[in-house]
Design a protein around this ligand. Structure first.
Ligand code: ADP
Ligand code: YYY
Length: 224
């Protein structure tokens, strides 16, 4: 059982620009939790595939690349590698390629193992992604599923990345929602026991109040 002996895990899942990173970083400070952005690893694999002209549809080649990256970074370090600039991992072409990479079951298995290994070494952590509360840590201490209307999420991302075109960002958000929710392996769905928060009409502070209160109810001790 991968979850045996695990410390506190707060799982935060949901679609793009629902507010996962913002709230995870705040919870990480408030409750002294180590933070992991799991989507970054899928982005690194997609980015490297594009750099090396590996077709992202080729599951065998992408899985081979994934193994190579894991070996080169000595296992879990791939998850937290600072070799990759944020703007490169968030480029439009990576946004497109990452959905295909994230569908590959063998890649998901490897990333899942890395995340479990990483979390096993942390006394307390908060992890954001798409399948943290469903597949990776079904027995997480607290699970959140954040969402918001696609139009609102796209507008947030436009402001965040100073993107030129709202239409392009909305198309990407809707396309990734569809890809993440419809894939066979670990699709994006709320865990049955996740606390669902629709952030469409809530401020970050309001969302954080709900999340903080739920964490305290589950026995997490606040830092400050
Ligand atoms: N409830 C909210 N209201 C307004 N803006 C928000 C809210 N939650 C997040 N944001 C903003 O939306 C953008 C995307 O949020 P982020 O936390 O990166 O989303 P995710 O990690 O789910 O992709 C950021 O600029 C963030 O400040
Ligand atoms: N646990 C995860 C995390 C991300 N993914 C995939 C699906 C997502 O569209 C991409 C990118 O995730 P990321 O969290 O960086 O995306 P956003 O910041 O929410 O836009 O990776 C996944 O399949 N499983």
């Amino acid at each position: 059982m991968p979850e045996q002996g695990l410390g506190t895990v707060v799982a935060v899942d949901g679609p793009a620009a629902a507010g996962k990173t913002t709230t995870c970083l705040a919870l990480s400070k408030s409750f002294d939790l180590r933070y992991l952005e799991s989507g970054r690893t899928y982005r690194i694999i997609a980015f490297e595939a594009l750099q090396r002209d590996i077709p992202v549809e080729n599951a065998t080649k992408v899985t081979g690349l994934c193994d190579e990256l894991i070996t080169a970074s000595r296992s879990v370090s791939l998850l937290t590698s600072d070799r990759y600039a944020q703007d490169k991992l968030r480029a439009a072409r990576v946004n497109v390629a990452v959905s295909t990479v994230a569908k590959i079951a063998e890649v998901r298995q490897r990333v899942t193992s890395l995340i479990r290994l990483w979390a096993g070494a942390q006394p307390r952590c908060v992890i954001e992604g798409r399948d943290i509360g469903t597949t990776i840590f079904p027995a997480a201490t607290v699970k959140f599923y954040l969402t918001a209307k696609p139009e609102v999420r796209a507008m947030r991302r436009v402001r965040q990345e100073r993107a030129a075109s709202y239409e392009h960002v909305l198309d990407d958000v809707v396309r990734r929602d569809e890809a993440d929710m419809s894939r066979t392996t670990s699709p994006l769905v709320p865990a049955e026991d996740a606390i669902r928060i629709d952030t469409t009409e809530l401020t970050v502070e309001q969302v954080l109040r709900l999340m903080t209160s739920a964490c305290r109810d589950r026995g997490l001790e606040i830092n400050r």
